[in-house]
Each structure stands twice: as structure tokens, then as C-alpha cells.
Design a protein around this ligand. Structure first.
Ligand code: YXS
Length: 259
């Protein structure tokens, strides 16, 4: 079974995650397939790209493949981590990327949807930011994406409680653009894409790149960055980080000790 399904019609590309048995966990092979497809659509100068899962999934994506997270001594979300790579591909894709969401969106998959340009979710969708649940010291650019998606209080609530946020609340908070009944999901996405296709692709591409450039323009000094990286290293070398991952893999509740 192919890891993704992809299609291209009238300038509109669609990438469908097709690993329902693994809950579309963002494994290296799945992300490689997604990025290969997106690179092809970039070549074809797609005017819009829809990122989705198969119809009727309960889980849009379970986030980073936990089995691929290093148990310690290595940054779990370094520059070349597949999750980091697919987020950058979405952010730099020269046309609007629209996340078409049904089911649960977990952990790094939340960042994938938040890195998209628009999100249309069906009523039962949920969004859960989960680093703290597993003991993961999320990475700085990833947190920036969360900060761009929600207000100061909301992004802290999501990160510190790791509780799923309903689609309705996400819409009220401006985290997603539209929440619709499942039967209307495709037509709502088609409507948005239709508006995009009526407009000038070069103008859209340069506006998107300006948004990205300005959003990432933060004056963080080398000293500040080194300090953050040192703090993160202490966490991914901690007993708690190992406990979080091991507990997940052993299907038990983790016991965090703060060491
Ligand atoms: O027991 P088997 O072998 O069938 O495998 C189970 C799960 O272990 C597996 N699975 C995953 N494998 C790797 N990475 C994952 N993220 C992952 N999630 C699930 O899929 C099989 C079925 O899972 P199960 O039995 O739990 O299904 P369920 O329907 O009862 O529950 C669905 C979920 C999504 C609520 C549940 O699987 C779950 O809570 N998954 C973890 C969601 C999560 O916390 N994701 C964050 C991953 S780490 C990440 O994204 C970032 C690094 S961070 O954490 O920093 O945000």
C-alpha cells in the first residue's frame, strides 16, 4: 500500500496520507513520500496544494513517529528531522497549502497543520500539542509556529496541558479557518481553492514568502540561542525524556520526577 496518494488537476495538487494502520504517524518514509510529491508539484507550478488524510479517519495524524525519536543524547527535533523538513517544505511551498482535517491531530502533526496557510476541519476534529506529555523539549522554530497559530494564553494552555482542543474551540480561537460538517469538508476546501485560483499566483507566492520571512524575523542572539539549546539538551538527556518515550512504547502512564 503506498504511503501517500497524490493527484493533480487544473493546477490543484492533493497529497493524502495513506497510513491509517499507523495512524499516519509522521515516520521518515511517510514524510519522504510527502516531500517527494510536493517537490514534484512545486516543479509543475501547482496553484494550491491540499494536504489531507483518507476519508473517515479517526486520526488525521498521530504526530511524529515516537519509535523514531532518539531515546537520548541526540536532539529529537534537529534540523534534519523529517518533521522539521516537511514543515519547511509547507512553509516555502510557493502556493497556498490547505490542511483538510478530520479526526485527531497530535503533536508534531499540529505543527504541520499550523504551518499550512489555511485549515478546514470537520466538526469532530481535535488538535493536541503534546511535547510535555512525552517529555520532549520541542524545538524553537516549532514553538514559533505554535505562537503564530494561537494567542499567548492559548498556546501555553495547549502546550502545558497537552489536552486536545475541539475544532469548534479552535475555530473560535482563530486556529482554524472553518469548521464544517463532514459532508461539506471537500466542498469548503474546493471553495477556498477556487478563490485562490482566481487570483494571481506570482502575487500570492511573493506575499506568502513575505509572511514567512517576517514571521521568522526574530532578534534572537547567538548567546540566547546557545542558552536555549543547552537547556533543551538537559531535557532530552534527562530521565524524564527517556521515561516519557519508554512509557509510551510500553503503553503505560509515565512517572515524571523532574530529573
Ligand atoms: O500497539 P500498536 O503496535 O498497534 O501501535 C499503536 C500505537 O503505539 C501506534 N501509535 C504510534 N506509533 C508511533 N508514533 C505515534 N505518534 C503513534 N501513535 C500511535 O499506533 C497503534 C494504535 O495506537 P492506539 O492503540 O493508541 O490507538 P487509539 O485509537 O487507541 O488511540 C489513538 C491516539 C492517537 C489517541 C493514540 O495512539 C495516541 O495518543 N497516540 C500518541 C499521540 C501523540 O502524543 N503524538 C505525539 C508524538 S511525538 C510528537 O509528535 C512530537 C515529538 S511532540 O511530542 O514533541 O509534539
Amino acid at each position: 500500500m503506498s504511503l501517500i496518494l497524490s493527484s493533480y488537476e487544473n493546477g490543484v495538487a492533493t497529497v493524502t496520507m495513506n497510513q491509517p494502520r499507523k495512524l499516519n504517524a509522521l515516520s521518515e518514509p511517510l514524510i519522504h513520500a510527502m516531500m517527494e510529491a510536493m517537490a514534484g508539484f512545486r516543479e509543475r507550478k501547482a496553484r494550491a496544494l491540499v494536504l489531507r488524510a483518507m476519508d473517515g479517519v479517526k486520526v488525521w495524524s498521530a504526530g511524529h513517529d515516537v519509535k523514531e525519536l532518539p531515546l537520548s543524547r541526540r536532539d529529537p527535533l534537529g534540523w534534519d528531522d523529517p518533521l522539521r523538513m516537511v514543515v519547511r517544505e509547507i512553509e516555502t511551498f510557493p502556493a497556498p497549502v490547505i490542511a483538510m482535517v478530520e479526526g485527531g491531530v497530535w503533536g508534531g502533526a499540529c505543527e504541520v497543520t499550523f504551518a499550512c496557510d489555511m485549515v478546514v476541519a470537520e466538526r469532530d476534529a481535535t488538535f493536541a500539542v503534546t511535547p510535555a506529555k512525552l517529555g520532549v523539549p520541542y524545538n524553537t522554530t516549532g514553538l514559533l509556529n505554535f505562537m503564530h497559530a494561537a494567542s499567548r494564553m492559548i498556546v501555553r494552555e495547549m502546550a502545558f496541558t497537552a489536552q486536545p482542543v475541539s475544532a469548534a474551540r479552535a475555530e473560535m480561537l482563530g486556529i482554524v479557518n472553518y469548521v464544517v460538517e463532514k459532508a461539506d469538508l471537500q466542498s469548503k476546501v474546493d471553495e477556498l481553492v477556487g478563490h485562490v485560483l482566481n487570483n494571481a499566483p506570482l502575487s500570492i507566492a511573493v506575499i506568502k514568502e513575505q509572511f514567512r520571512t517576517m514571521e521568522s524575523a526574530h532578534s534572537i542572539t547567538p548567546r540566547m540561542f546557545e542558552r536555549i539549546q543547552g537547556m533543551r539538551r538537559e531535557v532530552y538527556d534527562s530521565d524524564d525524556y527517556r521515561e516519557g518515550l519508554t512509557a509510551f512504547l510500553e503503553k503505560r502512564k509515565p512517572t515524571f520526577t523532574g530529573t
